[in-house]
Design a protein around this ligand. Structure first.
Ligand code: ADP
Length: 564
């Protein structure tokens, strides 16, 4: 085992009291029922009086106290993240931090989130934003950059926003990603987040970081902050996608003060396997963190053992003992057709027919023909990962099969965007097809509610949230059996699962024939066996992909690395 990994895994710190979380909810610590002795007392009082003449009966043996789970200590957890749904969302990472942080807080933990103060954020979604730390100086090259830290609530989540003041204008840009200096921007943010924790005296039990953007956090903790005395926090890294690893040159070491390039470029630390003399930030995150998760068990297996790790397979093997998959949940406060304010008609299991009012509204909004046809939808980033050639094929195949197609997607890649604009132009006159090129959260809700099927034909898919959201809205997923899609969607006709757990259509091979077989079965069922299709919708809506189970899984991981 490498020096770095063995040292971070070892609980080398002397045991010390965790910094008290600021407002741990005590609610879940108090027993749910009255204490045992009070119950016995009140029962005694209600017992009818016995005739005086009878021998007093011996006192009954007191019942042994019912076993109660010992209350788990609440943890102080800090997420350091480049994205957060509501204010700064590009993909699923944003939803995960949003949903998981809430679940952890509901369970009585103190949760804070640190993210950059992007100029492009949705400031209308931040409540009570105010300055809390005026003069944070973050080491950068041979000098330091002056930052201001703000605090605000994003839908009740406690968030700190770091704003650097320098000519680099790291976050004062029109979008979140897509700049040549992205790696330096997030290296700076990671260093600033750690410096903020240190200077403000916060010693969380757990620092939870995400993807390559914040993979330097455990490196900084180990190299700079543990030696200064910050020995308490343990780090969990979640990898949402192995396709992006932050591969870069030595410059980032100079910028962040990680001198000794030969040390960090070593293959057991951050040396990239494919590009000589290049650093791999995600690899550093894996090596230096106490635990590494990815977002589904199947993707954990695919990345370690099935060649899907984009070169990080050997690293995952070396560190397999601290690597695992936790399926993402979705936030049912946001994605719930019973309370969704973005859709015109709310519905649930008992009122599923009202879903069709949303279908009508969707057609009206997108100017699609009103008819008996099924609507197949695709929502997602227009990225080759999402199976764009199959999406394209599915559009024509759906129309040939007498159904309608709706697409909502966008890409930072101008060529891909242009490609889909061309397709949109070509299909402009079709009354059964609408392609919406752009990012529109509100429209996405209407599509989830109004469509009959949701297509997710990904080449690879770490977890996938679209199929989970679709399930909640009774919109039947048609997916390829990869990553989290294989862990969450079970084929109506071919799954080994019991009938009531089957909730969609699945195909294996990444080709047109595979796609057509699943899509064809789905549309045929909709047309010819409406009762079966309805049963499938009910199964889908009953599937539980809330944060309840994954929230507990993460707490188990946190406990494990705290105790290790
Ligand atoms: P990824 O993280 O690879 O982008 P996921 O399926 O995990 O994919 O998460 C995608 C999230 O982004 C879902 O919440 C989906 O509804 C949303 N989304 C993707 N593209 C768009 C878009 N163009 N407009 C609105 N929401 C979108």
């Amino acid at each position: 085992m490498s020096e770095a990994s063995s040292r971070t895994l070892e609980p080398s710190d002397p045991p010390q009291a965790a910094e008290q979380p600021m407002e741990p909810s005590q609610a879940n610590r108090s027993p749910a029922t009255e204490p045992e002795e009070h119950q016995t007392q009140s029962q005694d009082n209600e017992r009818p009086l016995e005739p005086q003449s009878r021998e007093p009966e011996p006192e009954p043996e007191p019942a042994p106290p019912a076993y109660q789970e010992p209350p788990r200590p609440s943890l102080f957890i800090v997420h350091i993240t480049p994205e957060l749904a509501g204010v700064a969302k590009v993909g699923g990472l944003a939803d995960v931090v949003f949903g998981l942080s809430r679940e952890l807080a509901i369970r009585g933990n103190h949760v804070e989130i640190i993210l950059p103060k992007y100029a492009s954020m949705r400031y209308d979604q931040i409540h009570d934003l105010h300055e809390v730390y005026k003069d944070l100086w973050v080491p950068w090259y041979d000098a330091a950059i002056h930052c201001t830290v703000y605090f605000g609530f994003v839908h009740e989540r406690k968030c700190f926003f770091i704003e650097p003041h320098s000519q680099d204008d790291f976050f004062n840009r029109p979008s979140i990603y897509g700049f040549q200096d992205d790696i330096l921007r997030y290296a700076f943010f990671s260093r600033a987040a750690m410096e903020f924790l240190w200077k403000s005296g916060k010693h969380p039990d757990i620092i939870h970081c995400h993807d390559w953007q914040t993979s330097l956090v455990p490196v900084f903790l180990y190299e700079f902050y543990q030696p200064m005395g910050m020995t308490h926090p343990r780090v969990c890294l979640t990898i949402h996608n192995f396709a992006h690893q932050g591969v870069t040159g030595k410059e980032v070491l100079t910028a962040t003060g990680l001198h000794r390039p030969e040390h960090f470029l070593d293959q057991v630390r951050m040396g990239d396997k494919r590009y000589r003399q290049a650093l791999n930030l995600l690899k550093g995150g894996i090596v230096y963190s106490n635990f590494v998760t990815t977002v589904s068990p199947r993707y954990a297996y695919e990345t370690k053992d099935q060649g899907q790790g984009f070169g990080l397979e050997p690293t995952l093997h070396t560190h397999h003992i601290k690597y695992g998959g936790v399926i993402n949940g979705i936030d049912y406060d946001v994605w719930n057709p019973e309370i969704d304010r973005h859709i015109p008609v709310q519905y649930g299991l008992d009122s599923i027919e009202r879903k069709y009012d949303n279908k009508r509204a969707l057609r009206h909004r997108l100017m699609l023909a009103e008819n008996e046809k099924a609507i197949v939808a695709f929502i997602g980033r227009l990225d080759p990962q999402k199976g764009l050639d199959l999406v394209r094929h599915a559009i024509f195949n759906t129309l040939e099969r007498g159904a309608q197609f709706v697409l909502l997607g966008s890409s930072p890649d101008a060529r891909i965007n242009a490609d889909f604009w061309g397709l949109k132009q070509m299909l402009n006159d079709s009354p059964d097809c609408h392609l919406e090129i752009g990012f529109d959260e509100e429209l996405s809700h209407l599509i989830y509610a109004g469509a009959d099927m949701m297509l997710v034909p990904s080449r690879f898919e770490p977890c996938g949230l679209t199929q989970l959201i679709a399930l909640r809205y009774g919109t039947i997923p048609v997916v390829r059996a990869v990553g989290g899609l294989a862990d969450t969607v079970f084929d109506k006709d071919h799954s080994a699962r019991p009938l009531h757990e089957r909730n969609g259509y699945v195909f294996k091979d990444y080709d047109n024939a595979g796609l057509e077989s699943a899509l064809g079965r789905a549309i045929a069922c909709y047309n010819d066996f409406p009762n079966h299709f309805r049963d499938l919708m009910l199964n889908a809506m009953r599937s539980d992909y809330s944060w309840n189970i994954p929230g507990q899984d993460y707490l188990n991981i946190y406990d494990y690395i705290r105790d290790a």
